[in-house]
Design a protein around this ligand. Structure first.
Ligand SMILES: Cc1cc2nc3c(=O)[nH]c(=O)nc-3n(C[C@H](O)[C@H](O)[C@H](O)COP(=O)(O)OP(=O)(O)OC[C@H]3O[C@@H](n4cnc5c(N)ncnc54)[C@H](O)[C@@H]3O)c2cc1C
Length: 478
């Protein structure tokens, strides 16, 4: 039985890994040159508690459950996951009432240990928050992670367990015969397929259309961010939300797993044809700055190291579309807006444990030799000196620092290339080299040289990320 997953974002990656536990021929295809470069690359990186999704919604079915699965997942796949907890803060009496409502909702969704704190209690825990805050909803189970690293880890592990990964390959059409999926056509070839799982993020409506099940549309909703330097580590210890609006969870202040502070996102609806519009705007960034400053007045924008934007894949019903369709073998995992990162582990299990066996009527048999474990690239910043010395003794390249902002060695970069990085961003998202204060100003050329040497390709051919994003054009002197 041949299964194709379209999309190597957080949902597609975790589904691929889940499928690789079974006796199946599993393929994952992504049009991007690397893993997790769609919606998964730019978001708030929060593993939400799961209290604010409307009870009864598909989101609520998966969010709290997905959250609970993160400890085991991060243990098996060796990615960073920290249960920082989160606060929703209220400035007005009516917002305090809303916190009570959210708490009730959370209880219905199966979220435990939610608590409403007074402003005094909050001040002791988070001294940098606005002193006018009246109360806060504390959710100890919320956490933070690096979504792209979760995807990379899941695909590396799926590959170890036999999955076949196609990157830089765009799905162009799906052939259906007698109401059953038959083939996938891509810009590189065609493949027979028994099951196709549509996890194509912003483009899942277009993939569904190819299979003849176009009963939903996806609209991009932009969210802009400002990332602040790691020097501000500890400004907040947990994720800080304002009281949510009908449209979104609002603009947040979020600690990142490597010690930075993330501000954002705003929420701007874009026309359907702007699914690639990742530009930041002056108005958007101003809004992010002003609203995050309302939460944490001491935020100093001069510590900003990067601005960026992400696009939420929104549907009219604001809910996930997950399940089998009228075309046998075609399964949608679409409209995966927030809290998709949180829900993804639970969605992946649902596909293999419910949709395939119950809706398609297939009995899947588990592999006896599935290995659930994957090891991260050793990272200088996270390793004690004694351990590091041992690593350097084995391979002296781990002793040569390339990225000074984030302390990334040549050995780490070489290992990232071995694991599939071919571009500057591929190295950046696997090692955090050029992710720091200088944003690659000092280390990019060195990284280019290492990629060129390791892959035996000329410098001029190496890209930042996508097609045509070359960095150097040629030699100034012969
Ligand atoms: C601003 C913002 C903030 C968010 N914050 C959070 C948060 O804090 N917590 C949380 O839980 N969730 C959050 N989310 C939601 C979360 O990021 C998404 O739900 C999740 O990343 C969606 O992952 P995905 O795998 O479904 O889609 P994607 O990551 O977009 O993956 C889909 C993949 O399909 C590929 N693809 C598309 N078309 C084709 C084709 N024709 N052929 C081959 N490949 C194709 C794409 O290249 C892409 O890599 C946020 C989202 C945004 C935008």
């Amino acid at each position: 039985m041949r299964v194709f997953v379209i999309g190597a974002g957080i949902t597609g990656s975790l589904i691929t890994r889940e499928l690789s536990k079974y006796d199946l021929e599993v393929h994952v295809i992504d049009k991007a040159p690397d893993i997790g470069w769609g919606v998964t690359k730019a978001n708030s990186a929060i593993v939400h508690g799961g209290y604010d999704d409307p009870p009864g919604s598909v989101r609520a079915q998966f969010a709290a459950l997905g959250n609970k699965m993160y400890d085991e997942l991060s243990n098996e796949l060796d990615f960073d996951f920290i249960r920082t907890g989160s606060y929703v803060v209220a400035f007005k009496e009516e917002d305090v009432e809303y916190l009570k409502e959210l708490k009730k909702r959370g209880v219905k969704n199966g979220v435990s240990n939610l608590e409403i704190l007074t402003s005094e209690e909050l001040k002791n825990r988070e001294p940098n928050l606005n002193k006018d805050i009246k109360a806060a909803l504390w959710c100890p189970t919320a956490g933070i992670t690096e979504p792209w690293e979760v995807s990379i880890a899941a695909i590396e592990n799926a590959k170890d367990n036999g999955a076949i990964v196609h990157l830089d390959e765009k799905v162009l059409d799906i052939i259906v015969q007698n109401q059953k999926v038959k083939k996938i056509l891509t810009d590189k070839g065609e493949y027979n397929a028994d099951i196709i799982i549509n996890a194509a993020g912003l483009f899942a409506d277009e993939i569904a259309k190819m299979a003849g099940v176009a009963d939903f549309e996806i609209f991009p909703r932009k969210g802009e961010y400002i990332l602040l330097d790691k020097k501000l580590k500890g400004l907040v210890n947990a994720v800080i939300f304002p009281t949510p609006t009908k449209k979104s969870k609002g603009i947040l202040v979020v600690p990142t797993v490597d010690g930075g502070i993330l501000l954002g996102p705003n929420a701007v609806d874009l026309p359907k044809d702007q699914k690639n519009n990742l530009e930041t705007t002056k108005e958007g960034l101003n809004e992010v700055y002003e609203k995050s400053k309302a939460l944490v007045p001491s935020i100093d924008i001069s510590y900003s190291v990067k601005t960026f934007a992400g696009l939420r894949p929104e549907t009219k019903n604001k809910d996930f579309i997950i399940g089998a369709t009228k075309i046998w073998g075609f399964i949608n995992v679409a409209g995966i807006r927030s809290p998709g990162l949180t829900a993804a582990p639970a969605i992946a299990k649902y596909i293999t444990e419910k949709v395939i066996p119950e809706d398609l009527g297939l009995n899947l048999s588990k592999k006896s030799n599935f290995n659930p474990f994957r090891k991260r690239i050793p990272h200088l910043e996270e390793t004690n000196l004694e351990e590091w010395e041992k690593i350097v003794k084995k391979d002296p390249r781990f002793g040569r620092t390339v990225c000074f902002c984030n302390n990334v060695s040549e050995g780490e970069i070489v290992e990232a290339i071995k694991r599939g990085a071919k571009t500057l961003d591929g190295v950046k998202f696997r090692t955090r080299a050029s992710f720091g204060r200088c944003q690659g100003g000092f280390c990019s050329l060195k990284i280019l040289e290492i990629i060129s040497r390791e892959l035996s390709i000329p410098l001029e051919e190496i890209k930042q990320n996508y097609k045509n994003s070359w960095i150097v054009k040629g030699k100034v002197r012969p």
